[in-house]
Design a protein around this ligand. Structure first.
Ligand SMILES: [Zn+2]
Length: 386
């Protein structure tokens, strides 16, 4: 397929008009003459790399936000919200896991995400080619110090060339902040260690993480809902590699577009935000196929938005994807782009956002959700209709 007429992002500030050829899931930026290709005219659109969501729990995205906050640490929150035999948790858990996971994938697709780091065991059979987004495959993980007594073993037994991802310092009390030193004493802070949240870190922990060259995943929407606080400006500008994640709807009623807008209100520039959902997570999560960039030979994971002359970074501040492509396949169209260029797409209406056509069996998902929850359910805080 040839994507013509768009301005194409080459970084957070730069974009230039050029045609992009997509073949076998890869981007070709040099012109290949003499081959007949389908064409999608993207004149009036800006093409961005597909976004990377560095933290989600895909199976929890039909849930309403649970808990009344403000908590001291994540253990307190978990004890408050997790009552599997009580409504509404009981009804939500009655929806089959594969269905809940696909809903989570759809929440991401609708906001321009093409790769997600799902924090739970990888359901390889569910995350096959039909899944709405790519899900990180090659990583080690533990839940957290509180819920993973085997954390050190999990770290040492996971491949050294893969990221090791865990929740850490998710809270605002001494218990939370003390987790960084405990992890260091266990020998699990290294360049491949990825700490989700790190909310409580101050100067001593920041310096330690810089020395260990570990990374942090920032989920501001979730942090603010649970703790009325998020990463400090000192942490955000410390030089620690930081990528953005949404966490699940249990703690954040929104999607990546909402998370980008929340993050932009907490002292980071649009250019920093752009890196937090493209090149930085690609490096932290060790994605080696060109994801996070639009470059020759790289993965054809792309998002088109309306072009108002904004920089690629500015385009993230009110992100409304009109086309999403993953591995060369169109997964979402919206607005006036012609649907004939894609395979069969299904309609979904999202409250406050409008109509989308997606490469997902929305009717089936909707029927399963209605069966358990009635017609009034939400996807990460928004009503949806097939
Ligand atoms: Zn989490």
């Amino acid at each position: 397929m040839r994507l013509t007429g768009a301005r194409v992002a080459s970084g957070p500030r730069a974009a230039g008009r050029r045609d992009v050829t997509v073949r076998n899931g890869r981007i070709l930026l040099s012109v290949m003459a003499g081959i007949r290709e389908k064409e999608l005219d993207l004149t009036g659109y800006l093409l961005l790399p597909g976004l990377i969501n560095s933290h989600d729990h895909l199976e929890f995205n039909l849930f309403p936000r649970l808990g009344q906050g403000i908590y001291s640490n994540a253990r307190e929150w978990a004890a408050d919200i997790f009552h599997p035999d009580v409504s509404p948790v009981r009804e939500h858990l009655s929806i089959p896991m594969p269905i809940r996971l696909v809903w989570g994938g759809l929440r991401n697709l609708l906001s321009g995400v093409t790769t997600v780091a799902h924090h739970n065991p990888c359901s390889a059979d569910v995350f096959e080619a039909g899944f709405p987004v790519r899900v990180l495959r090659h990583f080690g993980w533990a839940h957290s110090l509180d819920f993973s007594p085997d954390l050190a073993d999990r770290y040492h037994n996971s491949p050294r060339n893969q990221p090791f991802i865990l929740h850490a310092a998710e809270g605002i009390d001494q218990k939370a902040v003390g987790e960084i030193l405990r992890l260091d004493a266990m020998g699990v802070l290294s360049p491949r260690t990825v700490l989700v949240h790190g909310l409580a870190i101050a100067r001593p922990e920041i310096e330690l993480l810089l020395r260990r060259r570990s990374s942090v995943i920032w989920c501001p929407g979730s942090n603010l809902a649970m703790f009325a606080r998020t990463l400090s400006r000192e942490a955000l500008s410390s030089g620690i590699p930081i990528a953005l994640g949404t966490d699940s709807a249990l703690s954040f009623a929104g999607d990546m577009a909402d998370e980008l807008s929340t993050a932009s209100q907490h002292g980071v520039t649009p250019e920093e935000l752009y890196r937090m959902v493209t090149s930085t997570p690609a490096s932290i999560l060790r994605l080696r196929d060109g994801r996070g960039w639009i470059r020759h030979g790289g993965a054809a994971d792309l998002v088109a938005v309306e072009d108002h002359g904004q920089t690629p970074a500015e385009a993230l501040l009110e992100l409304r994807p009109k086309m999403v492509m993953t591995a060369g396949r169109i997964r979402l169209l919206s607005g006036s782009l012609p649907r004939a260029v894609a395979g069969p797409l299904n309609h979904i209406h999202v409250e406050g956002r409008g109509d989308y056509y997606v490469d997902v069996d929305v009717r089936h998902l909707d029927a399963e959700a209605r069966h358990a929850l009635g017609s009034d359910y939400t996807l990460a805080g928004r009503r949806v209709a097939a």
